[in-house]
Design a protein around this ligand. Structure first.
Ligand code: EPU
Length: 418
């Protein structure tokens, strides 16, 4: 029997939970180790399937990987330049090795990521950027093959921001000849975290966190020890968990400044938040109010919190709309939430959620990471029945020990089968 997560909802969560390191910061930081002929040590690395996949990919490229929470990555002997289909198909973020490989070894062969459960997700902007920096790029047999003896700085104007595209090109540019300017760059905190790590290695990057990033190429980088930033999406998910159960949860070790849009909408939805320097206490219980959200690149409301916010809205006191502007198909959780009693109408990129009085547990299946998180939340909020979530591996890709953390807050949650 494949592993499932079982939830008997209706318990208000109470207590403290510590934020883990951010998946979407750890993955590019791991890829960046390819740029340094020495040992890079990352601290606060979350134990996740995606991190294991990235380790496997780096090992395939000749990087010695040791440890887990504190992860040592030594690419002194790295020599491979191919990211094979088997790894890229299980994790699109594998494409993050493209920039570092071309920068360090002058070539890369990376399987083209296909579409996935949340949309088509092309990488044309990554490729156009590398070409602007002088790489020749061919697409052959499903692989992106890029070559450049040495990349040269260029001005690259993104038609729209891309997170991993910005990260890939920033990593490519740190060892390029001359200056690169990324215009309309992604402003996500994870981009900034990567820039800070690269600067600690000796790179010369300014403007990360704004929409214009300048990178002056240097001849080589030095090994460093760097601590991965906290996971703002995990934090937002625990805020939603407090809200949907009418509980009182303090999330520690987080960076509240990264969650302004999320905190704002949660407050409007009736969840009281008490923000400390590195903690957020979320108090529910006074009813959930209907609030509209539109996903947007940072600092807007994150698409990675859309499904979880929708779960909260299923129990609101009115009609809420959720508009998804980043990934066209990121509504796979809707039919599953409806099977638990939610009332949601979908049209194109907008979902209209009419709050219901209660949800009821049901067997449900998730197709991607954040959709799975929304089903966990709905399960926690369901006051009758048991929710049985299959395809648990989606959750384990991006949430560190989610069942243990929730159980410690009082949730009745356990794993079965497996
Ligand atoms: N896009 C293109 N061409 C490109 C690149 C992107 O058309 O060359 C489009 C995408 O299809 C999408 C939009 O641009 O419509 C933005 O996508 P972006 O490139 O920013 O997404 P990503 O870098 O592939 C990262 C996160 C995602 C998160 C998005 C948006 C990592 C490893 N992944 O993906 O995280 O949803 O940014 O914030 O950082 C998750 O953690 O669950 C997750 C999916």
């Amino acid at each position: 029997m494949p592993e499932r997560i079982m939830i008997e909802g209706g318990v208000p969560l109470r207590g403290e939970v510590a934020a883990s390191g951010a998946k979407n910061a750890a993955l590019p930081l791991m890829a960046a180790s390819l740029l340094v002929p020495g040992e890079v040590i990352l601290e606060n690395v979350p134990t996740l399937r995606d991190v294991s996949t990235m380790k496997r990919l780096l090992e395939h490229l000749g990087v010695r990987c040791q440890g887990s929470d504190t992860l040592s990555l030594d690419s002194s002997r790295a020599g491979g330049w191919e990211a094979p289909y088997e790894l890229v198909k299980t994790m699109r973020a594998s494409v993050l090795v493209l920039g570092p490989l071309v920068a360090r070894f002058g070539r890369a062969r990376v399987s083209q990521p296909g579409g996935c459960a949340i949309g088509a997700r092309p990488i044309n902007r990554h490729i156009a950027g590398l070409e602007a920096m002088g790489a020749t790029v061919r697409l052959e047999h499903g692989y992106v093959v890029a070559q450049a003896p040495r990349l040269t700085g260029a001005e690259i104007v993104f038609e729209a921001p891309t997170v991993t595209g910005t990260e890939n090109l920033m990593m490519a540019a740190v060892l390029a000849e001359g200056e690169t300017v990324l215009v309309n760059a992604a402003r996500e905190p994870e981009v900034r975290d990567l820039a800070e790590a690269l600067n600690a290695m000796g790179a010369r990057i300014s403007g990360a966190g704004t929409d214009e990033i300048r990178i002056r190429g240097v001849a080589s980088l030095e090994p460093v020890t760097y601590r991965v930033m906290p996971d703002r999406i995990e934090v937002g998910t625990y805020i939603a968990a407090a809200g949907i159960t009418g509980g009182d949860v303090k999330i520690t070790g987080c960076e509240p400044g990264h969650l302004r849009a999320v905190i704002d909408r949660m407050e409007k939805a009736g969840i009281e938040t008490v923000v400390g320097p590195d903690s957020i206490r979320a108090v529910g219980g006074s009813g959930i109010r209907a609030v509209d959200i539109i996903t947007d690149p940072y600092p807007g409301f994150p698409t990675d919190m859309q499904a979880q916010f929708m779960a909260l809205m299923t129990l609101s006191d009115g009609l809420a709309t959720v508009t998804e502007t980043i990934f066209e198909q990121r509504f796979m959780h809707v039919p599953e939430l409806c099977r638990m009693g939610a009332n949601i109408k979908l049209s194109e990129r907008r979902a209209a959620i009419r709050g219901v009085r209660s949800l009821s547990g049901a067997p449900v299946m998730a197709t991607d990471l954040r959709a799975s998180a929304s089903l966990v939340l709905a399960g926690l909020g369901a006051r009758e029945g048991v929710t049985e979530i299959s395809r648990v591996y989606h959750l384990d890709r991006g949430y560190e020990r989610i069942d243990e953390k929730l159980a410690r807050l009082g949730a009745r949650i356990w794993r079965a089968g497996g």
